[in-house]
Each structure stands twice: as structure tokens, then as C-alpha cells.
Write a protein that binds this ligand. Structure first.
Ligand code: SAH
Ligand code: AVI
Length: 328
């Protein structure tokens, strides 16, 4: 089948002045709770995105290379099972594994459009330009957007759609928001559409904890970077050096929790919110959860979102899984 070709590259943004408000709202809400918390999407300014890319190369962070191997081994089957003409990628970041899928769709003769969606404007622009150049004839429709709120702004599907949500990013949502997000993804799959979902798997706590406490300290810098973001965007005066990185596996919840711990009592002012925040010595601010999955957890979450698994791909050591799902 000859692909339907659209013209070149477009990047649309749905993050404007209103969205600086979401950082403001999240900081106001999160820092005034008895157990302080910030959502992880604020990690990803230009520096945070660079630090995440460095994390992906760390010896302890097995997720990225394992997921790449799984995709390389199964991309042709994924292309055949889905017949997808377009690839929408949620939380695309630098899209380092995406070529594996695009190449398989191109080899199947169906590839027509790629739509990276990310809150990080710099990465969406860079990826859109790069892929438009690398894949002549491919229509690239980037979206700088929050995938929890803006999925309705995706272009109408050109044909069977594959939505890739890789890297285990779904694990960064608490159980309720995770199901809500999966449900809203289900609504934009379109006729014959599929979801390709990457999830990190439950395994030995030692291996999990090492992945979030790397010896080079890159994850610590990534975690602390969120305080630089709040300082810059909201005129706060966090003394970043007065906080330390903490990451541990919560065996009951089966998730990694990342926190920032005040080394000593701190008083912080957030100018844009006219907000004063106190941290007691050793008080912690939760910055991320990263849920690890069993096949049962994944099936339950997908079922609750009205989806069923069509195929499940994993590596020989069952470290990571990539599941293909569709509306039940
Ligand atoms: N998919 C890539 C990158 C994962 S890092 C990989 O597998 O390596 C997570 C990415 O999700 C970051 O680029 C971050 O900017 C993006 N992200 C996090 N929360 C988001 C949200 N609510 N809406 C859109 N993008 C988000
Ligand atoms: C993007 N996300 C899946 C990463 C994770 O492993 O939860 C973010 C990350 N946090 C610390 N290291 C990497």
C-alpha cells in the first residue's frame, strides 16, 4: 500500500501563559500539603531533559537499553499486527528508540505520519526537525502539550494509529491518574488503533534502587533540578545545596519513590505566589513515583481503562515489558 503523504513538519503548542499556572498551582498545592509533593512533569526543562538523556546511558539504568532491544526484536511484528500508518508518541523526549518503530512501519510500506507529544518544547522541535530530515516524505506533526490535558488536540488519524507510550513513563502516575490517563488515551486511539506501552517490571529491590541511586550522581542532579525550575519560573529562593536526593523501593506499593530531603531546617519564599514554606530538618518532598509492574497489575489497569492486551513482549530476564493493547 502506498502511504498517504502530507507536507513536511508542523509543531503546535498548547502550553502558553496558562500553563505557567500549572507549575504555580502544583507548587501552591504541593508545598502546602502536610506531606510535601511536586508532580514529576516539572523536571523536564531543557536541563532536566538533558539530564534524563544522561540517565538513559547510565550502567545502572537498564530500562532504556532493555526496551530498545525488545523493540528491535519485535518492531516488524508490531507493524504487521497494527498496520499503523501513523505513530503518535507520548512523552517522546529525545525519541531515541522511535526510529526502530518508524523503520519497521516504513519497511511495511505504511508509514505516513509521526506525532511527538511532550511538555518539553525544545525536545519536540528538535525531534520534529530531525525526523522530517531523516524520513523524506514523512509528515511530522509535533505537539508541545500536556498529555493529561491536551490529547483532544491531536490531528484526526490518517488511518490505523499506533500510540507509543514508552520508557515506563506510565509508572510515574499514581494508580488513579494512571487509569484516567489510559482511559483518555483509549479515547483517541481511533478506528483500529493500538497502544504500545512500555513498563518497567517488579524485580529485586537492589537492582531497582541502584537504577535510581547511580554512582555518578546524575539522578540526584535530575531530582534537584526541579528546585532550580521553581526558583527560575516562580522566583523562589530554594538553596538547592541544602537538599539531598533520596530514592527507595516501596515494597508494598511496588514503586520507586524519589524525594528531596532538607539537610537542615529551611525557610523558602516563592515570590510569584507570595508563599512562605518551611521545611523541618530532614523533612522530605516527594518528587516522583515510578511504579513497577507485574503482568496482573498491567492487565488490571488496562482493563479498568477499557483495553485488552493483544501481545506482550519482554526481554529474556523479564526486566521490562512492551505491551500492545487495543480497546476491548
Ligand atoms: N519516551 C522517552 C522519554 C521518557 S522521559 C524514553 O522512553 O526515553 C519522560 C518524558 O515525558 C519527558 O520528555 C517529559 O518531558 C515527558 N512528560 C512528562 N510528563 C508529561 C506530560 N504530562 N505531558 C507531556 N509530556 C510529559
Ligand atoms: C521517565 N520515567 C519513566 C523515568 C523513571 O524511571 O521513572 C524518570 C526517572 N526518574 C529517575 N530516573 C529516571
Amino acid at each position: 500500500m502506498k502511504p498517504i503523504l502530507e507536507a513536511a513538519v508542523e509543531v503546535r503548542s498548547h502550553l502558553g501563559p496558562d500553563d505557567e499556572r500549572t507549575l504555580a498551582d502544583d507548587v501552591l498545592d504541593g508545598l502546602t500539603r502536610p506531606l510535601k509533593e511536586l508532580p514529576p512533569k516539572h523536571f523536564y526543562d531543557a536541563r532536566g531533559s538533558e539530564l534524563f538523556d544522561a540517565i538513559c546511558e547510565l550502567p545502572e539504568y537498564y530500562q532504556t537499553r532493555t526496551e530498545r532491544l525488545i523493540l528491535e526484536a519485535n518492531a516488524d511484528e508490531i507493524a504487521a499486527l497494527t498496520g499503523a500508518v501513523e505513530l503518535v508518541e507520548l512523552g517522546s523526549g529525545s525519541a531515541t528508540k522511535t526510529r526502530v518503530l518508524l523503520d519497521a512501519m516504513a519497511a511495511a510500506g505504511t508509514l505516513a505520519r509521526y506525532a511527538p507529544v511532550d511538555v518539553s518544547a525544545t525536545t519536540v522541535h528538535a525531534v520534529a526537525e530531525l525526523f522530517a530530515e531523516e524520513y523524506p516524505g514523512l509528515s511530522v506533526a509535533g505537539l508541545v502539550a500536556d498529555f493529561e490535558r491536551h490529547l483532544a488536540h491531536l490531528r484526526k488519524p490518517l488511518g490505523p494509529r499506533l500510540i507509543a507510550f514508552l520508557g515506563g513513563t506510565i509508572g510515574n502516575f499514581t494508580p488513579g491518574s494512571r487509569r484516567r490517563l489510559l482511559r483518555s488515551i483509549g479515547k483517541v486511539l481511533g478506528p483500529g488503533g493500538h497502544l504500545l506501552l512500555g513498563t518497567d517490571l517488579v524485580k529485586e529491590p537492589r537492582v531497582l534502587e541502584a537504577a535510581y541511586n547511580d554512582s555518578a550522581g546524575v539522578t540526584a542532579q535530575f531530582n534537584l533540578n526541579v528546585l532550580h525550575v521553581v526558583n527560575r519560573e516562580l522566583g523562589a529562593n530554594f538553596d538547592v545545596g541544602a537538599f539531598e536526593h533520596v530514592a527507595f523501593f516501596d515494597r508494598e506499593q511496588e514503586w520507586i519513590e524519589m524525594r528531596l530531603r532538607a539537610r537542615a531546617a529551611q525557610h523558602v519564599r516563592v515570590e510569584a505566589l507570595d508563599l512562605e514554606v518551611d521545611f523541618a530538618a530532614r523533612e522530605e518532598l516527594r518528587t516522583e513515583i515510578s511504579a513497577k509492574f507485574t503482568p496482573e497489575r498491567l492487565c488490571r489497569d488496562l482493563a479498568a481503562a477499557g483495553m485488552e492486551i493483544v501481545a506482550r513482549f519482554t526481554d529474556p530476564d523479564e526486566r521490562f515489558a512492551v505491551s500492545l493493547a487495543r480497546l476491548a
